[in-house]
Design a binder for this molecule. Structure first.
Ligand SMILES: Nc1ncnc2c1ncn2[C@@H]1O[C@H](COP(=O)(O)OP(=O)(O)O)[C@@H](O)[C@H]1O
Ligand SMILES: [Mg+2]
Length: 255
């Protein structure tokens, strides 16, 4: 089943023809429930714009986006916000944790923005189980400034998961982490995908990160120029090599 479908999505920034940029050029794309997709591509190719369209954070100039069979265009702002709070979790490059709140308070915060609020006991129980899943249960009472970058990103992932979203969206989630820590974070995402069937879509320019996904979309200049399933390659190193070459060849072909 497709959890997300984009039909002929075009996004134009700027109003007058001279200064306008087409960040997305009539893109068709689908995401299957439970899949793990990496969106790669050159800088400025439209990756973040596509993610913003998928999440309903921004609206396409032309074309339609469907969450299951709900056309996002037909929702008003309040309905869109509540759909986002209910079904989507977000992880960003910079973790955006609240410095004056401890880990437990940071990750339970999104619960207060949903219609189906949990009671304190069940909320904390769920938070502890997520922290446990991510291997950071001992950090519940720590403050963000006391944590390493990798720990902060895992807290941000925990926060994204608190409302049991069907889709986890990440934009360069390892962009401010060193490579060993990036691997730890990606292993956590992969585990969420395989054990909890969480649908994950992550933007990255790093082949070592994208190799954790089972499908890769390559973007260039507002188009999806390649779509590849990675499961046919068995070793992680082979996937990394394959993706690096693909990324290079797209950069060269389109110079
Ligand atoms: N808010 C905006 N206003 C004007 N142009 C934008 C805006 N956001 C993105 N763009 C332009 O759209 C193109 C795609 O941007 P983006 O999706 O951020 O690329 P990527 O994430 O792949 O680096 C770029 O040319 C960028 O300059
Ligand atoms: Mg970007």
């Amino acid at each position: 089943m497709n959890i997300l479908t984009g039909k002929s999505i075009t996004k134009k920034f700027g109003n007058n023809e001279k200064n306008s940029v087409y960040a997305l050029k009539s893109i068709d794309v689908t995401f299957e429930k439970g899949s793990f997709t990496a969106i790669m591509g050159t800088s400025g190719s439209g990756k973040s714009t596509l993610l913003n369209m998928i999440s309903g954070l921004d609206t396409p100039t032309k074309g339609s986006l469907f969450f299951k069979d709900i056309n996002l265009k037909e929702l008003d702002d309040d309905e869109l916000t509540s759909l986002r709070n209910k079904y989507y979790g977000f992880v960003f490059q910079f973790f955006h944790l609240i410095p004056v709140m401890n880990v437990m308070d940071n990750i339970t915060l999104p619960n207060y923005f949903t219609q189906e609020k949990r009671n304190e006991h069940s909320l904390k129980k769920r938070a502890r189980s997520i922290l446990n899943d991510l291997g950071i249960e001992q950090l519940a009472t720590s403050f963000p400034s006391e944590l390493s970058g990798g720990q902060q990103q895992r807290v941000a992932i925990a926060r994204a998961l608190i409302n049991q979203p069907e889709i986890l969206l990440a934009d360069e989630p390892t962009g401010s982490l060193d490579s060993n820590t990036s691997i730890l974070v990606m292993e956590q995402l992969q585990r969420l995908n395989s054990e909890h069937k969480q649908t994950i879509i992550t933007v990255t320019h790093d082949a070592k990160v994208a190799a954790y996904a089972d499908r890769v979309l390559m973007m260039h200049d507002g188009y999806i120029v390649e779509e590849q399933t990675l499961s046919k390659l068995d070793h992680y190193e082979n996937k990394v090599m394959y993706l690096s070459q693909l990324l290079n060849s797209i950069g060269r072909k389109n110079k």
